[in-house]
Ligand binder design. Structure first.
Ligand SMILES: [Zn+2]
Ligand SMILES: [Zn+2]
Length: 281
């Protein structure tokens, strides 16, 4: 779609969301689940940062320096391991910008995640890069648990988090714009009543659908959703558009069957987006 749909006098009229990865724990074609949302002109919110996410951000045409907010929904490696590497990439961008324009404003980065994830990732970065004692940009942390009861303004969105049902503490996200719920993302979870309630009225819902219902024994023990469970949640929320994410790569050849399974449960058409696909929310 042409950019003009998304911009008006440097104010966003429609929010753009680009899917980066739509898979889970893969080392080949489908990478980890992550997406970006343009929250003000030229500034992006990144949701989750798996090992390949820093590359996918650049492939989506976004400079690391323009990612101004990151939410890490939980500590699993497929959602967090790219974080220190993105900090590194952002530092290169900031240094290059400073060389080109010494007076240029360098956007700070706010990371919303569990406090011990923050401490662990900072320690990893410092351990790996004692040659970078301080970054060339401001780096700030906000505890994701505080957004459960106190929504936060992120550009032109207001973000709230919802504890969901995974094997480690994990948080779904609900984003409002001008009071309306524009987006609800489940993160990794079994179906969550709290998520369904918080997402009421959402225009767009993204829910994980890792496996078909025939693999339900595995997915309940790992606290993931099947396509049927994802479809049922989306059907309960009844959004304008529903997307599936976090597909287990071995089921990529069967994705159409998973989409059919989820759509039947939802009572509406839902699908896996393509990696790199942009949608309006
Ligand atoms: Zn995951
Ligand atoms: Zn997980």
């Amino acid at each position: 779609m042409p950019d003009v749909l998304y911009r008006s006098e440097r104010r966003l009229t429609v929010v753009r969301l680009t899917f980066l990865g739509i898979g889970s724990n893969s080392f080949s074609r489908l990478n980890t689940a992550a997406f970006v949302v343009e929250v003000s002109d030229g500034s992006w919110l990144l949701v989750d940062c798996g090992p390949d996410t820093p590359r996918q951000v650049v492939s989506a045409g976004i400079a690391h320096i323009d990612v101004q907010f990151i939410v890490i929904t939980h500590r699993h490696l497929d959602h967090v391991l790219g974080l220190p590497y993105l900090w590194f990439g952002r530092n290169l961008d900031a240094l290059a910008l400073r060389r080109r324009s010494p007076d240029a404003f360098i956007k700070p980065l706010v990371v919303i995640c569990e406090s011990d994830v923050w401490q662990t990732m900072r320690a990893l970065f410092n351990r790996c890069h004692p040659d970078i004692p301080s970054l060339a940009y401001g780096l700030h942390h906000i505890d994701i648990a505080t957004l459960v009861h106190a929504p936060m303004d992120v550009g032109n969105l207001q973000i709230r988090t919802i504890p969901v049902n995974h094997t480690v503490p994990a948080f779904g996200i609900v984003a409002r714009r001008n009071g309306a719920v524009v987006l609800a993302y489940s993160s990794d979870t079994l179906p969550s009543e709290d998520f369904i309630a918080a997402a009421a009225g959402a225009g767009t819902v993204i829910h994980e659908a890792m496996v078909p219902s025939s693999e339900g024994t595995f997915s309940s023990s790992a606290h993931h959703s099947t396509a049927t469970q994802a479809g049922t949640v989306i059907g309960n929320i009844h959004p304008h558009q529903g997307f599936l994410i976090h597909l287990r790569p071995q089921f990529w050849p069967a994705r159409v069957e998973l989409e059919r399974e989820a759509s039947k449960a939802a009572g509406a058409s839902v699908r896996f987006p393509a990696e790199g696909e942009s949608i309006a929310i």
